[in-house]
Design a binder for this molecule. Structure first.
Ligand SMILES: Nc1ncnc2c1ncn2[C@@H]1O[C@H](COP(=O)(O)OP(=O)(O)O)[C@@H](O)[C@H]1O
Ligand SMILES: [Mg+2]
Length: 256
């Protein structure tokens, strides 16, 4: 049982695309009962999975004291993959969590849901606030997609700094070089330099197509370069999880 957060303080770096594909791999390849939990009010996960997007704004209600997450979880067209959608109500989540005064509310809810699911994948919003703080408490591994640019590296530094400052213990961070384009010198240099050894997700037409087809890449592009890269990433995450005891209380201070 584990919670995998796909997080960055930046938008547009591939978080949702990667989270949806990894959740699909978890369910369809590893055969885990998997929940994809969208925490971003933009709600991209439901769209990418081709689910009917909910009209009522109810997603944030699960965080209330009497919240009922099970009521909002829906099946998807992929066996073993369930979804907890985001909606507009999540815009005020940081404030309402702060008002609730429970630093570990997300963690608590995740622990309850891990009674029914083997893996929870969190598609996270691009924020540094109460919500990201709760994500850090809840996750067993934090995947951080980074594009090959100095500004993106700066974002990773600020995430690391923030984690070290406000969390004495936090889950391992797994930086991923996302939207990698080998024809660009800066990308190649980054991969050889600061990003050496990081998993890489290539800039790929098939990943772009994931949004057009409203389907996870793995479901329609088996055997492509992008599929192989995401498969390596999924195995890497599983290997990382196998290294660590899954109980959040046992987490060590590790940055990969
Ligand atoms: N590796 C990739 N190659 C090509 N396009 C990508 C890739 N990853 C994401 N995209 C596209 O980039 C845009 C932003 O991706 P998204 O997953 O929504 O990012 P985020 O969740 O970080 O905001 C989308 O249009 C998506 O289709
Ligand atoms: Mg997103």
């Amino acid at each position: 049982m584990a919670v995998i957060g796909v997080y960055s303080a930046k938008g547009g770096v591939g978080k949702t695309t990667i989270a949806v594909d990894l959740a699909w791999r978890s369910a369809m390849i590893s055969q885990y009962r998997t929940l994809l939990w969208d925490l971003d009010p933009q709600g991209g996960s439901a769209f990418l999975l081709g689910c009917v997007e909910r009209r009522q704004s109810r997603a944030a209600s699960v965080f209330q004291r009497d919240g009922r997450p099970h009521d909002l979880i829906e099946a998807t067209k992929y066996a073993k993959l369930s979804l907890l959608q985001a909606d507009d109500s999540m815009r005020g989540l940081s404030m309402s969590l702060a008002r609730l005064g429970q630093k570990r509310r997300l963690s608590q809810l995740a622990s309850i849901l891990l009674g029914d699911f083997d893996r929870i994948v969190l598609d996270c919003p691009p924020v540094i606030n109460e919500v990201s703080g709760q994500i850090v408490h809840a996750a067993d591994v934090l995947l951080v997609p980074i594009s090959a640019s100095p500004l993106a590296m700066r974002t990773l530094d600020s995430v690391r700094h923030e984690l070290a400052r406000s969390h004495s213990r936090h889950p391992p961070i797994l930086p991923v070089l996302s939207m990698y384009n080998s024809s660009r010198p800066l990308h190649r240099e980054t991969r050889k330099g600061v990003a050496a050894g990081w998993p890489v997700v290539p800039m790929a037409i098939h990943l772009e197509q994931s949004a057009v087809r409203q389907a996870p890449l793995g479901s329609f592009a088996a055997g492509t370069r992008a599929d192989a890269a995401l498969d390596r990433l999924w195995r890497g995450i599983e290997a990382k999880l196998a290294e660590k005891p899954s109980a959040p209380a046992n987490r060590e201070l590790v940055t990969a």
